[in-house]
Design a binder for this molecule. Sequence first.
Ligand code: DON
Length: 567
Amino acid sequence: MAIFPLLTAAASAQEAGAIFDSLDRIHPVWAQSGMVSAQEHLAAAIGRDIMEQGGNAVDAGVAVAFALAVTLPRAGNIGGGGFMLIHDAETGQTHAIDYREMAPSGASRDMFLGEDGEPDSDKSLYSGASSGVPGTVAGMRLALEKYGTMEWADVIAPAIRLAEEGMIVTPDLADSLEAAREQMSKYPASMAIFFKPDGSGYRPGETLVQADLAKTLKKIAAEGPDGFYKGEVAQAIASAVQADGGLITPEDMAAYKVVERDPVRGSYRGYEVVSMPPPSSGGVHLIQILNALEGYPIGALGQNSSETIHLMAEAMKLAYADRSEYLGDPDFVDVPVAELTSKDYAAAMRAQISADFARPAAQIRPADLTPYESDQTTHFSVVDKDGNAVSNTYTINFSYGSGLVAEGTGILMNNEMDDFSAKPGTPNGFGLIGGDANAIQAGKRPLSSMTPTMVLKDGQVWLVTGSPGGARIITTVLQVVMNMIDHGMNVAEASTAPRVHHQWLPDELRVEEGISMDTTRLLQAKGHNIALKDAMGSTQSIMRDPATGALYGASDPRRPDAATLGY
Ligand code: DON
């Protein structure tokens, strides 16, 4: 076993990210031309095949997104929304497509408060009112039209076939459906698709057919986004949502707007980090935390040593405190992106961090900044033979969203409205606190933590990554980036290493199994409240060696059924 190289900071992370051959290490998947890393293997294979037949990364990405709506119904979707980063190797530009859900026109600030004045999480998570107007179909259309090369109907065709012919139920799909039985049980249209007529669940090895979804996808393939945002599908969504206390109208569907934004950018030890701007908080806080940590010799302090974890936790707390105050939809509030991602602000953060003591969350407040200017998500990464790349995270929020399928459409609706702050200071489904910046307003996009990210070296894509995990997405992506840049791990090792997370409130340093007891004792001695909890994230990552164009990828081993496939 060649242990020693793992214990020393790599001379050059780029070199380290690409060394495998002579060492016994956890190995990534290798390919020379194109690669897809996704949480479900049938969808990954569809994307790989598209590139092998001449499609680019965006063609493959759009096909994967539609396929996951069939094969990974708990997170893949057309009833939700998300974010896609696209890197164009020819121009060197990276584009950010925001297809996050929008609050319906009838939405209002206190809509989730019960008679007692407290947030009613059943309403924000498991009712018609929990759905925002979905953005996925509009997002995929913009991506394909502007940056793809293939016909719309051709990239949807593989998803239609899977929905029509059915797919084999895996143990993971069977288990996750059983776990969603309660939230689906009040919707007969949902039960009719995801459970058998006698109410029993599908068992591993059986075939799940989604005929209504196939019909809807065919309509979208034939009519374009109008097949979803107008006419009978839009009407069915509005009726189903309204019948369960929701607000989406056919006019809201027709008014959905996808937005192309400037990605948020930063640098970390010579690499360029490009990620999603607001209405995601992901990119801003990823860069903010990296900036703060750049001032410490993290590589020398060691991967998952108590000193490294301590510094990470202290920086994370400050970032999540700022998130609670400043982050929201930039079309509605001024978000101080430039301040939060500046190196000067990182220095001010470091001045508040003690090397020896954990600062209690109660002593931390969001910084005083002036705005500068006015359980389920899934990520996939794609890189093609020309070095174009797609980093896409999309979601219906919790596993199977609200559980509501609009009758006849096969579409599972999101419960993204819970990502708004229903009441200042009261945590949402991920324990996240928010205030005015993320208050509910008609037409507004709820704040997200999704962090589709690319790390560039000399203008070329070096790493494409992202993850589900709610509030933990930002810190999960952070650790993949740090594991590769600071600790010289290859992409598989970086994806596998145990993770930690702190989000300011609750005041706990969450750790995964695998962080040693010796380390947690040292962290406790510094004052951290350690909480050992479930595994965090499901990263799907591709590393590209800029010198050779070789691709190395890894699907997080934390969830089954994922695949990284190349050719
Ligand atoms: O946008 C967000 O931040 C959340 N709706 C993501 C939810 C999520 O990652 C759930 N998956 N584990």
